[in-house]
Design a protein around this ligand. Structure first.
Ligand code: ATP
Ligand code: MG
Length: 142
């Protein structure tokens, strides 16, 4: 298993519920090292660009509204097999279907408001990290 980095977001719903610290605690307990961290409020253009792959989906407008309604925390997370391990820690997209103890089960409300984002491949992790972080704002490493 290789040391990897993935890209994660603590979404507006989780920030609104004051669960940034709780998400970070679970993240660190699960063995992830935080290698980049930034608090930001996505503009419509940034959110639309980030989710461009979902542009044709019926929920795209709702998704962009949600992701821009309040601030978020964007993160670079590192551990062995980080992409898959972070998706396991997040749980299913729909919090109602997510396993007990997962971030979306604990902190999400529904399929739209599901607390966290995680990259779906190593290739996309690199693209997403570069979309949100200058190289100088990420710890050097893998
Ligand atoms: P993410 O990309 O945020 O980590 P994911 O990979 O589990 O989530 P995707 O299929 O990539 O799920 O969908 C991206 C996001 O779009 C979801 O996290 C969710 O916020 C929203 N979404 C997905 N399906 C729906 C839906 N049916 N209705 C409303 N919103 C949805
Ligand atoms: Mg996705």
């Amino acid at each position: 298993m290789a040391l990897e980095r993935t890209f994660a977001i603590i979404k507006p719903d989780a920030v609104e519920k004051n669960t940034i610290g709780a998400v970070l605690a679970k993240t660190e307990e699960a063995g992830f090292k935080v290698r980049g961290l930034r608090f930001t409020h996505l503009s419509r253009a940034v959110a639309e660009g980030f989710y461009a792959v979902h542009k044709a989906r019926p929920f795209f407008g709702e998704l962009v509204e949600f992701m821009t309604r309040g601030p978020v925390v964007v993160m670079v997370l590192e551990r062995e097999d980080a992409v898959a391990q972070w998706r396991t820690l997040m749980g299913a997209t729909d919090p109602k279907k997510a396993d007990e103890g997962t971030l979306r089960k604990l902190f999400g409300a529904n399929v739209g408001e599901n607390a966290t984002h995680g990259s779906d491949s190593l290739e996309n992790a690199k693209i997403e990290i570069a979309y949100f972080f200058a190289a100088s704002d990420v710890a050097p490493g893998v």
